[in-house]
Ligand binder design. Structure first.
Ligand code: 5RP
Length: 220
């Protein structure tokens, strides 16, 4: 099983969802890397992009996609293309493995359509085998770790990572996420939490899942 090939297939299939003149939201990660490559082949047709991380911005520029726009210039975006660490049957996701969850969540909220491009291993019945990332203000780490333990999770500070916003990331292991919306709300409310990497309130609209033989399209 060549997961990279599956990611690539899903990423290239996302080109079908880009209309001429669109401004495209761009996620972060190895699957999105393939999408940026694909998008570069039609760069003359789009109006611009909004990037979710410095890493993606560098890749976009390297591929000659230079019209990188500031999100505050728009009230809404037509489409956001990103991957996930896990996605369930209700299109709810865990994201943030790459540490870019805060901008990813903002762009997802602004976008009319979230297209999630994945290899087939990302599709799960219940979220939570992948540790749930949360971006937090450093001074709140001890407090938040304690609260997470009360919720039944096992928090671990991600080593040597400072986010683009100067914060740290806690990865929560062993958390019961059978009710993703409730957990998203509960953790979001803790003082010091910047972003929870649960995308349940605003999940994906379409999944493009690369498999051995095809790209499976799953719609809400
Ligand atoms: C980055 C993310 C990514 O979408 C997620 O980690 C999946 O990455 P990859 O495409 O490398 O498997 O949320 O913050």
């Amino acid at each position: 099983m060549n997961l990279n090939e599956f990611k690539k297939k899903a990423a290239w299939a996302a080109l079908n969802y880009i209309s001429p003149g669109a401004i495209v939201g761009i996620g972060t990660g190895s699957t999105v890397f393939h999408f940026i490559e694909a998008l570069s082949t039609i760069k003359h047709l789009i109006s611009g992009v909004v990037s979710s991380s410095n890493a993606s911005t560098i890749l976009l520029k390297n591929k000659g996609i230079s019209n990188i726009l500031h999100l505050n210039s728009f009230h809404s975006l037509e489409v956001y293309i990103d991957s996930a660490d896990e996605i369930n049957n209700n299109m709810q996701m865990i994201k943030g493995g790459g540490g870019a969850l805060t901008k990813e969540k903002i762009i997802a909220a602004v976008s009319k359509k979230f297209i999630c491009i994945i290899d087939e291993t990302k599709k799960v019945n219940i979220l939570g085998s992948f540790p749930l990332p949360i971006e937090i203000i450093p001074i709140a780490s001890s407090f938040i770790e304690n609260e997470i333990i009360k919720l039944g999770g096992k928090p671990k500070i991600r080593k040597n990572v400072i986010t683009e916003h100067g914060n740290i990331i806690l990865d929560i292991h062993n958390l019961n996420i059978s009710d993703p919306i409730a957990i998203e709300k509960k953790i979001s409310l803790l003082p010091g939490v910047v972003t929870v990497g649960l995308f349940a309130l605003r999940g994906a609209d379409i999944i493009l899942m690369g498999t051995k033989n095809s790209v499976k399209i799953i719609e809400k």
